[in-house]
Design a protein around this ligand. Sequence first.
Ligand code: 8YV
Length: 328
Amino acid sequence: MNAKKPLVIVTRKLPDVIETRMMELFETRLNLEDTPMSQAELSAAVAEADVLVPTVTDRIDSKILSQAGDNLKLIASFGTGIDHIDFAAAKKRNITVTNTPGVLTEDTADMTMALILAVPRRLSEGERLVRAEKWDGWGPTLMLGHRIWGKRLGIVGMGRIGQAVAHRARGFGLSIHYHNRQRVHPETESELEATYWESLDQMLAHMDIISINCPHTPATFHLLSERRLKLVKPHAYIVNTSRGEVIDEKALTRMLASGEIAGAGLDVFEHEPAVNPKLLNLENVVLLPHMGSATLEGRLDMGEKVIVNIKTFADGHTPPDRVLETMF
Ligand code: 8YV
């Protein structure tokens, strides 16, 4: 990148302080209206920018990247997941990709825990009852849910967020089980008193609550396929704060409706923002609009990471959050 300030195109509205700092440091083009860019607008942006700052709502596929100008050298994504970017196509064009790992771990783990509590204890149902003015007083059998304490939690993906969920879940008396590509460090395992399951199939068949905390990659697309969902116990709950694509949403919806799975807490959807209409009619699900990391503090931290990544890169160094092929 040359000595003049890089042209940074930001696809969505970011917190004011982040936008201001970006304006100070770079030649920055903001999206104040916050209207998601069309594929044509994205193509125009990559053709012009030195640095693109996309979010999860921008699909940076090989078609878009084929329109990239020679000066596009960095995609500094505002977010941790990078499944919206065709990493191989970017690499082929010698474009560095960065993300914002670490800073949304605690917030996403909190939201996961909130769903782990909300689904078995029927929080949304209870709230709907009150708001509909249909609650006519306490009753011994009213809104009975299921106890959290003493149940088995199966975490699919024991990275930063999975481990942060495990720490919280222990405080609620859940026993920790996990499946991960690699077994975690023995010290972490013993600290969490976590049981490792090499076989995801076997773990799913033995859990009371299942939490999805792995990234969406080609290897994890429909990891919870219809076949695997059939292994889940009928009294079990599934919580997903990762990516909708990790679960076969159609199969899950069918099984939630038929009672083959007791309930689900979903913060993410396979075709978001579209949500399977059949899910909307189910009482045993809690549905959230991808807000796992939506805290002001988190968004500021993410923005700061984006700035550091761009600045470091522009200064000729390897940005701290460079995405590597080995991460997939
Ligand atoms: C972010 C997320 O809000 O960072 C991620 O991977 O899923 C979200 O929590 C979003 O990606 C911002 O681009």
